[in-house]
Design a protein around this ligand. Sequence first.
Ligand SMILES: Nc1ncnc2c1ncn2[C@@H]1O[C@H](COP(=O)(O)OP(=O)(O)O)[C@@H](O)[C@H]1O
Ligand SMILES: CSC[C@H]1O[C@H](OP(=O)(O)O)[C@H](O)[C@@H]1O
Length: 403
Amino acid sequence: MSGYRTLTEQEAVEYARNIPNLFPEDARLVSREIGDGNLNYVFHIKDERPSGKSVIFKQALPYVRVIGDSWPLTLERARIESEALILEDQLCPSSVPKVYHHDTELALIVMEDLSVYQIMRKGLVEKKRYPNFPKQIGTFLARTLFLTSDLAMSPLEKKQKAASFTNPELCNITENFVFTYPFHDHPSNAYNPLIANVVQRIWNNNELKLEIAKLKEGFMTRGQALLHGDLHTGSIMVTEEDTKVIDPEFAYYGPMGFDIGAVIANLLLNYAAHEGHTPDLQERESYQTYLLETIMEIWNVFENEFRALWNEKAQEPYAKVPGYQDSYLQNILQDTAGYAGCKMMRRVIGLAHVSDLESITDPKLRAKGETLALTIGQELVLQRKTMTSIKDIVNVVVAATQN
Ligand SMILES: Nc1ncnc2c1ncn2[C@@H]1O[C@H](COP(=O)(O)OP(=O)(O)O)[C@@H](O)[C@H]1O
Ligand SMILES: CSC[C@H]1O[C@H](OP(=O)(O)O)[C@H](O)[C@@H]1O
């Protein structure tokens, strides 16, 4: 920590020049801070000479960027993010930006520039479609989750991995801002006044709160696999053909359904937001159907890849016991539904919102989308234990939309 300093755009350029073989000697480097997340600085550094080469510098600050130094936060998250990116690239090649360099003292990662990709959340608001996304993200989920679990690793190796990815401060953000504060009258909450009655009903619903308590307990105690830990559509960059996952600074050993649930929750937040963005019924239903088909395909790819990995590579002595694989996958499905539900509700009631809904300028229209998101979120949590197939998740969404 002693040599830590926050880089300016110019200092980032100087630093880039001193990394061997990163840029040509005669490079004319231009640097721009482009971070739009809650936590860190991100610099885009480009050679304006013909090499045209560019890289991304991501630097952790010793505090939460959007709040300031009143909320200190560990710089260790840059080490976790860098190691998670390197591991994810080994487990699922080309699914993440390449890491070129990591400086522990400066909490800095130098990585591949993905500027030709777009943050998926923005593309979804523009109603873009990504035909290869389900295959790519479903494979990413199956490979990163299966291959870091006790199913694939020796118990010793897995526990060493879990120890090196212990991430208490970032997990605590999730424990508070995903599982606790949004379900209580907490000062950090920020919701549309037009949905105050729906929020109040959630706070008074003890059956719901009991289920959220169980899901939170799972997040805190169930070290099934190395998770990305914050896999929302702002942490996914896409082109029409390709998908890259960024920003695994929340990585830790947790329940597999938390990552799958994050992807599904954010597709469903976008689904709900089109109640406000897309007044034409036919156009809206067409895009919402596309989102539901995407969700089903993601799960189906995940399940097929996961079963294939299990049949080919499982080390666990009980792996071949009849019924174990089916029961394992059913548990993941039910966790997926529950965590998706929590994540949808936190993005409407809690501190950190999503631009899918926030970009609906008319508060009444926004309230419509937000209410749908809260209805779906509650039902996913409450009905999860009866679910046996991805169709059950889709049925919850369709029923909530029709009501
Ligand atoms: N490898 C990359 N290539 C291009 N842009 C990137 C890359 N990594 C991050 N960004 C840009 O920086 C923004 C913030 O990055 P992110 O890793 O999400 O930061 P934070 O941890 O603060 O949320 C992203 O939304 C994206 O626009
Ligand atoms: C005050 S942290 C809130 C929120 O921010 C993180 O998202 P990101 O790093 O992608 O901006 C994470 O989702 C936290 O829960």
